[in-house]
Design a protein. Structure first.
Length: 563
């Protein structure tokens, strides 16, 4: 579960460490104090979208770090193992750095990691309910996901099987549709691919050829310069009619040293060293001579190299970034050409394969549907129980599944990676009313309570739940009921709740106050845990506003006193 959050240079936050305790953690503060910034920082640590506007004015980057206890999360530990990331002592440390340039750097237990991995991990550890998320209940396309989240592992393997079989069936369907394409379209495609293949094949490309040609072209273009350099170097070593060269001088020096070499070991050593140098110079002179004699800069060779490079450039422009990519493209279209040429022969076999794949998919989908309907009964009963706890004793709730047709074309239209099922939630919020689609019946306050019921029911392995003003649209007794439900959830999980209602704040196991102050001409948001007496004052402020009266203080003490 989320244990600690460290924030640096995000919006109004300069540096902040927030420790969340067990049970229900409430965050309160006046409007504009920075509660939403704390949630933004938390979302950043969980892999949500990063906006450079989050970076504190005048700073080059923002950072956020989160510490999780994953000792109870088998899925999180398995995901870390899959990615070769150790999790020592059951802890997970996530850090994310956002730079003004827009660059994101994510580390998981010190190892650089892709953002997608961070989002996968955080989804297993923390469930964040934003201020407007309850509106997702109005979207019937998302209702099936709520049921699947409730069913959890009971559906995991069945859903994975359906997704894999659907992908295979869809691929076969597309291949068959391509083969069955109109004769004209197929002929056009065949002609185009044949032209491309012929164009590439006739070029007779080979890996590394472009680099060799570029080097040859460079030599040709610099022919005069190379000849002058080789001839000049050779003349400098061997000399000419008008002046001796370096080799003549070196040989003369070697002769002079030879006359005194026997007189001293040091002279002998010098003679040997100079002899080696002379031999080396003679070898270089010999190579220079051979190179100079072998120089041939035929303009036609340069023209052929230029033309060949232009041909390769044209093929790269059409078919790939380099010669290897062009050849890989040739392999790809060669396979498609073969398929197009033998399309009539392959279609019958492919039709039979497609029929078998669709039958396997249908059977897997029917198994998944049966499991969903079985889980749906428990889901209905569980949600009604939660709604009763939340003051909706007269409510009725039902899952409305689609009918699964028997006719093959109608079935085929329903195939998807999620199976055949379509689902919507029906609700009667008050006794005596008919069941109607949820989007037509629930008020804002009821939606908040229904969403809380869903979260309590569908949390699965997630150990930390974050509610950002889920109390929108409720007040009075209902606020007390919602607070008690979150407090009850806090008995089993860690709950972090941003609230503006004193009834909920008073039920927290720990209370964090978000405030802002000015330091050095700048505004800074900070968060501090409240003592028992400080909680009284804060809840009194929530009851009566800025003017904290004695009656508000008394009321706050009553709310905080154990019942």
């Amino acid at each position: 579960m989320l244990f600690q959050l460290k924030v640096q240079n995000i919006a109004l936050i300069e540096e902040l460490v927030i420790e969340f305790g067990e049970g229900l953690n409430v965050l309160t503060g006046e409007t504009g104090a920075g509660k939403s910034i704390v949630i933004d920082a938390m979302n950043l640590a969980l892999g949500e979208r990063a906006d450079r506007d989050l970076i504190r004015s005048g700073e080059q980057k923002a950072q956020v770090h989160a510490l999780f206890d994953i000792s109870a999360s088998k899925k999180a530990k398995a995901l870390l193992d899959e990615n070769g990331i150790p999790a020592e002592d059951g802890e997970l440390v996530v850090s994310r750095e956002l730079l003004l340039s827009g660059r994101n750097v994510v580390r998981v237990n010190g190892s650089l990691a892709p953002l997608a991995l961070l989002k996968q991990l955080s989804a297993l550890l923390v469930d964040v309910h934003g201020q407007h998320e309850h509106q997702s209940l109005m979207d019937e396309s998302r209702h099936l996901a709520f049921l699947d989240a409730f069913a959890g592992e009971a559906l995991d393997s069945a859903r994975a099987e359906v997704a894999a079989l659907y992908a295979a069936w869809r691929e076969l369907s597309q291949r068959l549709a391509q083969i069955r394409g109109g004769a004209q379209q197929r002929a056009q495609r065949l002609d185009m691919l044949q032209y491309q293949a012929t164009e590439i094949e006739s070029a007779r490309l080979r890996p590394g050829e472009e680099e060799e040609l570029a080097e040859k072209r460079s030599l040709f273009r610099n022919g005069e310069r190379i000849a002058a350099a080789l001839g000049g170097a050779l003349q400098a070593l061997e000399g000419g009619e008008s002046a001796p060269g370096a080799l003549d001088a070196a040989r003369q020096a070697l002769t002079l040293l030879g006359g005194i070499a026997k007189l001293s070991k040091e002279f002998s050593t010098l003679e040997e060293a100079l002899a080696d140098a002379v031999y080396g110079l003679e070898d270089v002179a010999s190579q220079l001579f051979d190179q100079n004699q072998g120089l041939e800069f035929d303009p036609k060779e340069l023209e052929r190299a230029e033309n060949r490079l232009d041909l390769i450039k044209n093929l790269k422009r059409k078919y790939g970034a380099d010669v290897s990519a062009v050849l890989a493209y040739l392999d790809q279209i060669s396979g498609e050409l073969q398929q197009l040429k033998s399309g009539n022969d392959d279609s019958a076999a492919l039709e039979a394969e497609l029929k078998r794949a669709e039958e396997a998919l249908l059977q897997a989908e029917l198994r998944l549907s049966a499991l969903r309907r079985e889980s749906g009964k428990r889901f209905e009963a569980g949600l009604l129980s939660e709604l009763q706890d939340l003051g909706m004793a007269g409510a009725r709730f039902m899952l409305e599944f689609n009918e699964i047709p028997s006719e093959s074309s109608a079935l085929r239209a329903l195939h998807s990676a999620d199976g055949l099922d379509r689902l919507r939630f029906l609700l009667s919020a008050n006794r005596g009313e008919d069941l109607k689609p949820l989007s037509h019946t629930a008020s804002g306050g009821e939606l908040s309570r229904i969403m809380l019921a869903f979260k309590a029911l569908c949390a699965g392995e997630v150990r930390t739940m974050v509610f950002d003003e889920i109390d929108t649209g409720i007040s009075g007794h209902m606020a007390q009921v919602v607070g008690e439900k979150m407090c009850a959830i806090g008995g089993e999980r860690q709950v972090i709740c941003v609230t503006h209602l004193p009834q909920i704040a008073a039920l927290g196991h720990s209370h964090l106050l978000v405030q802002k102050r000015e330091e050095g001409g700048r505004t800074i948001t900070f968060v501090e845990g409240l003592t028992a007496e400080q909680r009284v004052v804060e809840i009194a402020r929530m009851i009566g506003g800025k003017e904290i009266t004695s009656s508000a203080l008394e009321h706050a003490r009553e709310m905080l006193s154990p019942s």
